[in-house]
Design a protein around this ligand. Structure first.
Ligand code: BGC
Length: 721
């Protein structure tokens, strides 16, 4: 890459909070066939050539493990070129120099915040006469203070539209690694949808609030007619309190504030170097009377291709499906994050491994996860330990079972859904290292005992005052040890490696697990034992789980670890009706309860807002946390009945085994596999159930206890009720 021969540049003197804008003017006298800009920054940047925006990548260069990997974007700028040219680049703190995460203070965080801002670029011109010219970042560049007075991931952006950069000063070159520069690997982060404000209203407490009707991640664009010096300022919120008043205590340390000083006249603006998770904004200052048509929410996320759709005869279920998709859109902003609003927004490994399967039905997540997994491998510690978040901004925090296991679960899932073996090749060493790490820290060989764990995080059977459910941590950790070892074996076999050692390890773990945990005490323990192939008699354990669920009032007691699999285990062992009972439950706890409370995304807690309108808590209560949206993979695979067996990764052959339920009337699932469109619909009619299957590949149809193969094409089946 040509950019590797350019110099890193930074501001001279103390930049303070103000975001610098860098510039280079140059003259091009010959006709140019192609002009290509290679560029990246320490921070987030936005580039302009001759006053026109370069590309549409928002928050470029995205978020990677910056210590070792920094993506370079390449833009074709031929159409923007003139004879006299000016290239300008504004650089904000972004993730690179932000105090991530907000709630702890550590030496590493201080170090990161104190890093310099930096820019590196190479503009490569190929002229029609065959000659070439390259304009690089070097001492010919200048910098000035930009109108962006402050910008940061959690706290928001401050902009003064009256400021025209004019105090151009000499830059300083910066001694920073160029070995970390890599080509763009992830999806491009773009503005993907504009949502007009639904209304502007006054709360009982007297605040002026704009409601967009949908929780989104991105920013608000506004249009104001103002006098120079008048101000616009607003903060963000996801929900209102029980009286309908402004509420954003759950953002914790994230101020999520926009402050804008107007120039004279009509102006339209939105933040460019930060983002927010919100449904509402509160106008703290606004010139004149605010009208809904002056505000638009802009959704920003990794622009993955949409591939999956679910639709049913239940309006509430449809809202749940929509909430899951919005949860994904709001949290797939270059890295898979827990939530987009409070002072976290981190690549929590546990959340990602829980949701990856559902996510990979709705969108083609191949590129997105391959990039993130490269960061996971890059940040994996010497010992093989995988941290809690990737990029690892918590380098001192211990890994945990079901979180670090993302190292094995995620590559395998991407391979399974898309059939792309390269992800396994890329990650195999990292997967092995994770499994070896467990072996090196456990107190009991062939199990994982001891060590820090998050347990069945947010399990509903948690003892009072604890976030961790009652399932035994040693059991969960040992079950995931078995799972990850098994995935290493499977991966090694796909790649033709010798996996005999891991095969033996897996056998040992299963056998020791059975001895150590002869009985299961919670829903999650039963779920894991069956789902990971550990229970000696899976049918008996699944039956006992069904019994326990009923005894618990036909309610979930599971947390992050058990919830994604519980419906699978029930329906795979003859309790589909009970799975549906759980999914269709409208009261707390269950997927539809938030829907009845007007949720537009998935909540961190089933009762983020309680029946009486009060909140679960103020310090850990996100209303856009995708983890429980994992249930969508059950809807695709078990409810609609579309899946594949592991030997046919990438849906090269399909298994069609639906579990219809009359309470819905009908359910339709469509998934654009890399082989073509796969879709299924079941409908209850007067005297039976009608099934429609469209498959691009041969399918094994399992209906009414019979199995038969059908070829590619459209097929109709019928069964009595
Ligand atoms: C995050 C989670 C995460 C957890 C670790 C929380 O603060 O929001 O989703 O997995 O910490 O247990």
């Amino acid at each position: 890459m040509e950019i590797k021969n350019s110099a890193w540049i930074t501001v001279s003197g103390e930049g303070g909070d103000v975001c610098p804008v860098f510039r280079r003017t140059f003259r091009v006298e010959k006709p140019v066939e192609k002009a290509e800009l290679q560029i990246t920054a320490l921070g987030v940047y936005e580039a302009e050539l001759n006053g026109l925006r370069v590309g549409d990548f928002v928050l470029a260069p995205g978020w990677t493990s910056y210590r070792t990997r920094l993506q370079v974007q390449t833009y074709d700028v031929t159409a923007l070129l003139r004879t006299e040219n000016e290239l300008r680049v504004t650089v904000g703190r972004g993730w690179f120099r932000s105090p991530l995460p907000g709630w702890i203070s550590s030496a590493d965080k201080q170090r990161r915040c104190g890093q310099p801002c930096g820019l590196i670029a190479a503009l490569c011109l190929r002229c029609t006469d065959g000659t070439e010219a390259i304009f690089r970042t070097d001492e010919r560049w200048q910098w000035a203070e930009s109108p962006v007075r402050f910008s940061e991931i959690y706290d928001g952006e401050r902009y003064d539209a009256r400021i025209v950069p004019d105090q151009w000063q000499a830059i300083r070159t910066l001694d920073w690694s160029r070995d970390i520069l890599i080509r763009q690997e992830g999806e491009i982060v773009r503005e993907t949808e504009r949502i007009a404000a639904k209304r502007v209203f006054a709360t009982p407490g007297g605040d002026t609030v704009v409601d967009f009707g949908q929780e989104v991640t991105g920013y608000v664009e506004f249009t104001a007619d103002a006098k120079a010096g008048e101000t616009v300022s607003f903060d963000h919120a996801e929900v209102r309190d029980r009286l309908g008043n402004w509420y954003n205590e759950n953002y914790r340390g994230a101020r999520a504030l926009v402050e804008y000083t107007c120039r004279e006249g009509k102006q339209t603006w939105h933040p460019r170097l930060t983002f927010f998770g919100f449904r509402y904004i509160r106008l703290l200052s606004w010139p004149g009377e605010a009208r809904a048509e002056q505000f638009t929410a802009i959704a920003v996320h990794s622009d993955m291709k949409r591939t999956g759709w679910l639709k049913s005869g239940s309006a509430e279920l449809n809202r749940l499906f929509s909430n899951i998709v919005w949860g994904q859109r709001g949290n797939f902003l270059d890295v898979p994050t827990d939530c987009p609003q409070r002072d976290e927004r981190l690549g929590w490994t546990g959340d990602a491994q829980v949701f990856i399967k559902a996510a990979s039905y709705f969108f083609d997540t191949g590129r997105f996860f391959k990039k993130w997994l490269h960061d996971l491998a890059a940040d994996q510690r010497e010992s093989g330990e995988v941290g809690q978040v990737i990029p690892d901004v918590l380098p001192d925090a211990p890994g945990s079972a079901a979180w670090g296991d993302a190292a094995a679960v995620c590559p395998w899932q991407i391979y399974q859904t898309f059939g792309d073996q390269t992800v396994l090749e890329d990650q195999y060493a990292s997967m092995c290292k994770w499994v070896d790490f467990i072996g090196s820290v456990t107190e009991t060989p062939h199990l994982w005992t001891g060590h820090f764990h998050f347990g069945d995080w947010l399990g509903l059977d948690a003892p009072s005052g604890s976030y961790k459910g009652s399932s035994r941590e040693d059991l969960i950790a040992s079950a995931f040890y078995a799972r990850s070892a098994e995935l290493v074996v499977k991966t090694g076999k796909v790649l033709g490696r010798d996996v005999s050692g891991y095969e033996e390890l897996h056998r040992q773990i299963v056998s020791d697990f059975r001895k150590a945990f002869p009985e299961y005490r919670t829903q999650t323990e039963q779920v894991l034992a069956v789902h990971f192939g550990l229970a000696e008699d899976p049918q008996r354990t699944a039956d006992a789980l069904a019994e326990r669920v009923r005894m618990d009032g036909t309610q979930l007691r599971t947390g992050f670890v058990g919830t994604p699999y519980i419906l699978h285990v029930l329906s795979e062992y003859g309790h589909a009706f009970l799975s549906w009972d759980l999914l269709l439950r409208r009261a707390y706890p269950g997927w539809l309860y938030p829907v009845t409370r007007g949720a537009t995304t998935i909540w961190e807690h089933w009762d983020g807002i309680r029946e009486d309108g009060s909140f679960w808590s103020k310090d850990m209560n996100s209303f856009n946390h995708y983890a429980y949206g994992a249930v969508a993979d059950w809807v695709f695979e078990q409810a609609a009945g579309l899946r594949h067996d592991e030997a046919h990764a990438g849906f090269t052959k399909v298994v069609y085994a639906p579990h219809p339920d009359e309470r819905l009337g009908w359910l339709q699932a469509r998934f654009d596999t890399r082989q073509g469109t796969l879709s299924a619909l079941w409908t209850y009619e007067e005297d039976g159930i009608r099934y429609e299957l469209e498959t691009p590949v041969p399918a094994l149809v399992c209906l009414q206890g019979r199995e038969r193969w059908v070829g590619p094409g459209r097929h109709l089946f019928w069964s009595g009720k």
